[in-house]
Structure formats: C-alpha cells, structure tokens
Design a protein around this ligand. Structure first.
Ligand code: NAI
Ligand code: MG
Length: 492
C-alpha cells in the first residue's frame, strides 16, 4: 500500500447532522376532527427510535373519537365538498402539494426524527414523492369523466384510511390525494409509532384552507384502526400494513358492501442473470433491501442469482456492505438508519436467529451500532434454501436471503414460489429476457435493471397475500369512485 493510500485510509466521515431547529414540536397533540383539535381521553408518548428520546404526547383515539371524525367527514361530504366544482377541488390539492414542497425540510427532519429513516431518504424520496402524488392527482380532479369515459364516475363518500410506519407521510399522500381528487372525504389513522408528520400535515391543511372535516386525522394503535373499519358510516377502507391485519379487515368487511383495497406484505425476488452488469446490480441489490432499513413492502429481500456468477457477485456485495454507514438518521452521510421500533427489532432478531438455526450462513460487515435506540446491522444470508423461514416470510428489516438458480425457467419458478406477489426485479443485458421474465413473474410491479423506483403515474399493488387494488396512476383513482355499472338503477 502506498503511503498516500495509507493516509487516505485514515480519513473518516465527519458527522454532518441536519439541524433539528426547523421542527417545532408541541408537548402534546390532539385528534384533528372537523378542522379542530379534539382532546383525547387517553394519550401515549411517541419517541425517536434512534435515541428512545420522548418527542410528544399523542392521542389514543377511542371508538367515540373515531365516530366524531366519521361524523365530521360525513357532514363535509354531504355539505360543500361533494358539491364543489371539480376544478375547485383541484386547487386545494395543488395548494397542498406546493405547501409540502415549501415545508419539505421541516417535514423531512420530523419524518427522520420520529421514524428513524436516514434524512437523505426522507429529503430525497419521501418528501418529493409525497408532493408529486398531490400534484399528480390534482391534475385528474376535473378530468374524471375523460379518465373513465361513459362510466359516470362519482365519489364513494367517507373513506377510512389506515397506514403503516415505514413511509408515514408518503403513505398519507398515496391515500389522501386520490381520495380527495375523486371527491371523497377522509378519516386517516397513521401508525402508532409514527404519528408526527400526519399531525404536522394538519397545519398544511389549515394553510391550504381546506374546508373543515374534509380530512380528519385520528391517532392511536390497532384499536383505533379497528374502530374505523367497524364504523357503519364509512363507505370505503384503504389499508396498508401486515397481511395478518389485512385478512382480519377483509373478514370484518365481508358482506357489508363497503369498498376495500389492501396493500400488504411482500417477499420480492431480485433476479440477477449471468449477463447483468455486476456493479450496477450490486447497487440495485443494496437499494432493494437496505433502503429504509428494509422496512419496505416491495423490498428485494430474496436475491436470486445465477449460479455461475454467484461468487463474484457476493464478493462485490460484501465489499459494498462494508461501505454502508449505519447510524444517526439526521446525519446526511447515513445510509441505514434506526429500526422503527423495539417490537420490529425483536421480530428481525427472531428471523435472523431462525436463519442461523436452519443452517444459512450469516454475513454482517464490521460496524459499530449506537448504544441507545434500535439498530440492526445490514445482513446477508447465503446458503439459503427455499424452505427456510428467511426465504418465505417477510422480515421487514435489513436482511437479504441469497438463493441461486441455473436456468431462467428455474429463476421464475423460484421467484413465484411465495405466498406474496408485490414486486420483483430483473437484471440482465437482454431486453427480450426482461420481457420474457416480466410476463411470467406473478408480481404487481416488475423493475428491470433498477429497483424501488416509484412514480405517481404508475400503479402499484399486489397479487395473492400482497393484497388487491392499485395505488398510483389512473388505477389508483378507481377504488375511490362509484360507476354507473355499480348501480342497480337499470334493474341489473
Ligand atoms: P400492522 O398491520 O399491525 O400495522 C399497520 C397499521 O394497521 C397501523 O396503523 C396499525 O395501527 C393498524 N392496525 C393494527 N391492527 C389493526 C386492526 N386490527 N384493525 C385496523 N387497523 C389495525 O403492522 P405491524 O404490526 O406494525 O408490523 C408487523 C409486520 O407487518 C411487519 O414486520 C411487516 O412484516 C408487516 N408490515 C407491512 C407493511 C407494508 O407496507 N406492507 C407495513 C407495516 C408492516
Ligand atoms: Mg400489528
């Protein structure tokens, strides 16, 4: 090693923390109902998962609170909102989009603080995409008749929306933007560990002068979610979260006539063929599973690599993992932030223990994890069999399972050998092979030579236990609308 290189090795990244000063937290937050703050009877403390520092007191909404929110949403729907000219509706959505852009830094810092994701992701992915969803659906609000010709689209009414903790503000945008564009009103429940950006969003609604009751935000855990699902005056439920809860909701709603869309778990295959550009594929694999600590429903958690290139690919991947910086979510250099909660950390640890017990080979790069907070090092399992739990179940953490294949047919068969069907990735130089694989993969989204790319114009959703219904694009509007063919007016 030359002296220069040795000296260079001595350089370490200096901390580059984003300032927290832009975020002004209240001591406590109420429930946002009918444009006003309603005091909850019960509260809990929301924390920063990176430090376990308490951030604020948040309401645990009761069934009565949920009832008040649904009542406010119904009154707003029957009142001015559904009668508003669609172009006027669009104006509110455009305003919300612009306000999110203006306040992007504040939202990004708060998102990282409350959820643990790296600031570079909340800044460069969550916030721009959240704003883009509002812009995109604002454009459709006054064009629904052209989007669905001869079908007379009408809003459904009051929609209940339940979202998870992995992309708190972005999931809020995915839910609220199409619902409002279609003319509905909303009661939204954020996840219990990440309520703060949804509560800050209420201030954006105030700035946008959205009529009271059009959007209501009720915080709380699964009990609050269940009360929303069970409420008889909700016309449609949109849920993103675990398959277990999704199934329970589907059972609950069976026979009620309420609309339902479910966006649930995944165990996506990321398939690398022997002709793929390896360095590019390594970046895609890293982005596929370590982005957002692997708390991603469409994460590329099963790497399927063609046997002939397994060795060089895994070597490159391990070298790349050693350069990932794990730590303070607010540090601009951080690649992998904190695990969202103690509960989720425990789940990940259980899966990893099961992987070792079943005989897979574990690799973690050397890295020092902070003492306080919830952390898990980027992990790769090789020698994984299809029957292993780590190859079948959703871990929702920074843990990659590597399997191999010999022929394209085997790759597709293994990729489809899952209860899920949300996404997949294909890495190859051959365009024909991409199309061949995409036609055979049972996944809602297939990425080619990239992974985890999102765009508001593109529909997203799953097959099988990954749920049903699509979000994004024109497809994402459909579940929020009623059409002529749904009615029995023709005696049909
Ligand atoms: P979860 O499904 O319990 O939570 C998601 C949302 O549903 C939260 O807002 C929660 O309060 C709400 N909820 C919980 N029980 C409910 C009920 N009975 N009725 C109505 N709403 C209810 O997910 P959890 O427990 O946070 O995570 C467990 C696992 O689920 C994760 O390890 C991961 O595998 C998966 N998951 C998948 C997500 C995805 O984006 N597809 C998101 C979150 C979790
Ligand atoms: Mg749960």
């Amino acid at each position: 090693m030359t002296e220069e290189l040795a000296a260079f090795r001595g350089f370490a990244y200096a901390a580059a923390p984003e300032s927290r000063a832009i975020v002004r937290l209240e001591d406590g937050y109420g429930l946002f109902v009918g444009g006003e703050w309603r005091a909850p009877a019960e509260t809990y403390t929301t924390i920063s998962p990176a430090s376990e520092e308490p951030l604020a007191q948040v309401g645990q909404a009761s069934a009565e609170d949920v009832g008040a929110a649904v009542g406010a949403a119904r009154a707003a729907f029957e009142g001015e909102w559904s009668a508003l000219r669609p172009a006027e509706r669009a104006k509110y959505l455009f305003r919300i989009a612009r306000l999110l852009q203006e306040r992007a830094r504040e939202f990004a810092v708060l998102e990282s603080l409350n959820g643990g994701k790296p600031i570079k992701e909340s800044r460069d992915v969550d916030l721009p995409l959240a704003a883009a969803h509002f812009f995109y659906y604002a454009g459709w609000a006054d064009k629904l008749e052209y989007a669905f010709p001869n079908r007379r689209p009408r809003p459904r009414g009051v929609t209940g929306q339940i979202i998870p903790w992995n992309f708190p503000l972005l999931m809020l945008a995915w839910k609220i933007a199409p619902a409002l564009a279609a003319g509905n009103t909303v009661v939204l429940k954020p996840a219990e560990t990440t309520p703060l950006t949804a509560l800050l969003f209420c201030d954006v609604l105030r700035q946008a002068e959205l009529p009271a009751g059009v959007v209501n935000i009720v915080t709380g855990d699964g009990r609050t979610g269940a009360a929303l699902v069970e409420h008889p005056d909700v016309d449609k439920i949109a849920f993103t979260g675990s398959t277990e809860v999704g199934k329970a909701i589907q059972r609950e709603l069976a026979g009620t006539g309420k609309g339902l869309t479910l966006e649930l778990g995944g165990k996506a295959a990321n398939i690398v063929f022997d002709d793929a550009p390896l360095d590019q594929a390594v970046e895609g694999i890293v982005n596929g599973i370590y982005f957002n600590q692997g708390h991603v429903c469409c994460a590329g958690s099963r790497l399927l690599v063609q046997e002939s290139i397994q060795q060089p690919l895994i070597e490159k991947l391990k070298r790349r993992l050693a350069t990932l910086r794990v730590g303070d979510p607010l540090d601009k250099n951080t690649d992998v932030g904190a695990i969202n909660s103690a509960t989720q950390l425990q789940r990940i640890e259980e899966f990893v223990a099961a992987g070792e017990l079943e005989g897979a080979e574990l690799y973690q790069p050397p890295c020092t994890l902070p003492e306080r907070g919830y952390w898990f090092a980027p992990t790769v399992f090789t020698n994984v069999a299809q029957s292993h739990r780590i190859a079948q179940e959703e871990i929702f953490g920074p843990v990659l399972s590597v399997l191999t294949f010999r022929t394209p047919e085997e790759a597709v068969e293994k990729a489809n050998n899952t209860a899920y069907g949300l996404s997949a990735g294909v890495w190859t130089e051959k365009g024909s092979r991409i199309l061949w694989a995409a036609q055979r993969l049972r996944a809602g989204v297939v990425w080619a030579n990239t992974f985890n790319r999102f765009d508001p114009t593109s529909p997203f959703g799953g097959y099988k236990e990954s749920g049903f219904g699509r979000e994004g694009g024109l497809h994402g509007l459909e579940p929020y609308l009623r059409f002529d063919e749904d009615s029995t007016e023709w005696g049909g």
